[in-house]
Design a protein around this ligand. Structure first.
Ligand SMILES: [Zn+2]
Length: 105
């Protein structure tokens, strides 16, 4: 009987610790996201390179050359466009990226 009780206690204790870890991680993520927000980022005249806000406060931008989305902190600025890599910045924006204009949400 005492053995069963100790097992129940152990499971409850484990669950409580796991819950504490999850809550702590969530708080850290929220704090990190709040700090990582760029203040007063210039909004370019080009609508195609408009940064979009997603889930955890991380701004995503699109490469003007290949069109992939990536965090703004990793973006390379080239004029009014943003690029994912130095190679794509050197290659410049593609025509279809220039022509296409995403409607802002
Ligand atoms: Zn690219």
């Amino acid at each position: 009987m005492g053995k069963l009780l100790s097992w129940v206690l152990l499971i409850v204790l484990g669950w409580a610790i796991w819950k504490l870890v999850v809550i702590t991680q969530r708080k850290q993520q929220a704090r990190h996201a709040a700090r990582g927000q760029p203040a007063g980022a210039d909004s370019g005249a080009n609508g195609a390179a408009e940064p979009r806000a997603v889930g955890q406060g991380e701004l995503m931008v699109r490469c003007a050359h290949c069109g992939i989305h990536f965090p703004q902190s990793e973006a390379l600025a080239g004029g009014e466009h943003r690029f994912c890599s130095p190679a794509h910045r050197a290659a410049g924006p593609r025509d279809h990226e220039r022509a296409r204009s995403d409607p802002a949400p």
